[in-house]
Design a binder for this molecule. Structure first.
Ligand code: ZN
Length: 99
């Protein structure tokens, strides 16, 4: 029998496994550069790239490449995941601590 571990808490998932799928892709033509792109302050994008580079060990300049994720979750983690799939509570906390 296959054993799975929860991708969030790392615990073994015995029987009730939940699968979360996530797809990210641009809804526009990635090759088209708009005036907005040029006006934008790209600092946050660059810091994202740097963080990504630390994780993967490589620099991925094409940050708009479609990505799909698949996570195995235990019941507990699935419950909290569906409440906040984008982890917005973490962003909220960060903003609060800045004040
Ligand atoms: Zn879990």
């Amino acid at each position: 029998m296959l054993h799975y571990t929860c991708d969030l808490c790392g615990q073994k998932v015995e029987e009730r496994r939940f699968i979360a799928r996530l797809e990210v892709y641009p809804s526009f033509d990635p090759d088209e550069i708009t005036e907005e792109d040029l006006d934008n302050d790209n600092l946050s994008e660059i810091s994202e790239l740097l963080a990504d580079m630390e994780l993967t060990g490589e620099l991925n300049l094409d940050s708009v490449e479609p990505k799909s994720f698949r996570f195995d979750l235990c019941r507990e983690c699935c419950r909290s995941y569906v409440k906040d799939p984008l982890a917005r509570h973490r962003l909220g906390r960060m903003r609060f601590s800045e004040n």
